[in-house]
Design a protein around this ligand. Sequence first.
Ligand SMILES: NC(=O)c1ccc[n+]([C@@H]2O[C@H](COP(=O)([O-])OP(=O)(O)OC[C@H]3O[C@@H](n4cnc5c(N)ncnc54)[C@H](O)[C@@H]3O)[C@@H](O)[C@H]2O)c1
Length: 353
Amino acid sequence: MKNITVKTSKTYNITIGTNILDTAGSHIRQKIDGQTAAIITDDIVSGLYEKRLSDNLVKNGYRVIRYVFPNGESSKTAETFFSILNFLAEEKLSRSDVVVALGGGVVGDLAGFTAACYMRGIKFVQIPTTLLSMVDSSVGGKTGINLACGKNLAGAFYQPDAVICDVSLLSTLTDEVFKDGCAEVIKYGVIADKALFESLKNPIRNNLTDIIARCIEIKRDVVMEDEYETGIRKLLNFGHTVGHAIELLSEYKTFHGHAVAAGMAIVTRATVRMGICKTDCLDELLKMLKSYDLPVNTKYDAESLTNACLSDKKRGGDSITMIFPVEIGKCILKQIPVNEIKTIIQSGLEVQA
Ligand SMILES: NC(=O)c1ccc[n+]([C@@H]2O[C@H](COP(=O)([O-])OP(=O)(O)OC[C@H]3O[C@@H](n4cnc5c(N)ncnc54)[C@H](O)[C@@H]3O)[C@@H](O)[C@H]2O)c1
């Protein structure tokens, strides 16, 4: 078992281990006194893991209530958010009680935003169940929902009280969902750690606990330096501006990690053409993404991608922050005027034969 401490506006521990879902109730009880634990989960994860969590919460003295919504990005809406808030109110949750997110990034983002808003903030524990949510979304306190105009346009920075990563839960993921997480793991290698990137030449599944822990450490270090994303935290968005545009244009049928993979490839291609990084770096990234069967291009054209990018919240006035790799393990932030975005994206698209 590994423990990683995050010191931000709230200090909390991330515990990584195998079969620790069965002791999650006692783990939470050591930190949170409340009477009621509200499990928020989706219909797939509920069927797989909710009972194990619920039994252990009951064993540790909690009244357990549950809110289950249909799985997938299309649930990450204001409707689901208000429905959960009303559910918590009807169940008379108090500020000393706890919301437990059991699921992937969609569950974590929704439950976290609800926990941030209900009574202006209630205790909150993340139990991520996808690779992506373990290495990324459960750490660092970003929570939120999508609006019709774009992804994560409403949200809050709200750190959890604890994160429990049970790596054995990943055994039930479909290949597609597992690959989504691989894209984020590859991202960490490119932005911060060449050795991690090199290690991914062996399949991630061979060394899951260590790789998850390393990604969490990278995210922890960045978040501790810049909790509210005024600077260096933006590095974590490598591939995300174009990735979010792809998700939006596909009406969220393209999964987050797949969209980010294509986004990283497109931006890196453009970066080579801008003379910021060498072809070797692009070749290594493309080879790695392809080895995990992740996309390195998109069917959308530069015009549509640019319009979708500009509806992204990361736009600041007349410019947008983009993240460009210099070499594997090192990226830089650059302010790009909005009127240059389309040219950059165009130069990053792979020309179809
Ligand atoms: N808050 C952040 O910092 C942050 C960072 C990255 C991504 N995100 C968000 O995370 C979301 C994507 O997260 P995700 O990829 O985990 O998607 P997800 O939550 O939609 O999960 C993907 C699918 O896997 C299923 N699933 C989850 N755990 C399972 C398990 N153990 N076994 C079998 N099936 C399981 C789910 O039911 C769902 O169908 C996006 O909304 C993205 O915006 C947030």
